[in-house]
Design a protein around this ligand. Structure first.
Ligand code: OFO
Length: 163
């Protein structure tokens, strides 16, 4: 069983993963409204993936007889003029998640909680991938520069890519 302070920190991360899922879901809505269903489905797939992240943390706590508590889910209001800005929202969110995983890792380390290490190692690796994936999409969208045919092409590509 992990100590209570660390349990609280894990609970906060679980809440962040749920919030992240809702952010991606809202971004999918914004893209649907812009008639970009491929990009919207990419966001929806990512939303579903964030739920699995929350579950992974919940499962770890429950396995150790801790009690994960889900806090308030916060979804930032999205104001974006461009498609690129919508994806930049996602990239900023991933960077924040990376930072919070890093802090959780350090908190676990400070408590000598070696049992959570494999789970947290998985998240550290995952965040490097996530930032790279979303960062690549943002980079390519910047090249496209909101040009219609370019956006449609990326919409078709992202429809086929699991997030
Ligand atoms: Fe997309 O990140 Fe969860 O952890």
């Amino acid at each position: 069983k992990m100590n209570e302070d660390l349990e609280v920190e894990f609970g906060k991360q679980i809440t962040r993963e749920f919030s992240s899922a809702m952010l991606y879901r809202q971004l999918a809505v914004e893209l649907e409204l812009r008639d970009l269903p491929g990009m919207a489905s990419w966001m929806r797939a990512h939303s579903a993936e964030e739920l699995t992240h929350a579950d992974r943390l919940i499962d770890h706590l429950v396995a150790r007889d801790n009690r994960p508590v889900i806090g308030d889910i916060a979804v930032p209001s999205i104001k974006a003029d461009t498609v690129t800005e919508l994806f930049e929202f996602a990239l900023d969110a991933e960077r924040e998640i990376s930072l919070s995983i890093r802090n959780l890792y350090l908190a676990a380390q400070a408590q000598g909680d070696i049992e959570s290490r494999p789970t947290l190692d998985w998240f550290v690796t995952e965040q490097v991938e996530e930032e790279a994936n979303v960062g690549e999409v943002v980079g390519r969208l910047r090249m496209v520069n909101e040009d219609g045919p370019g956006l449609l092409r990326m919409d078709a590509e992202l429809a086929a890519v699991p997030a």
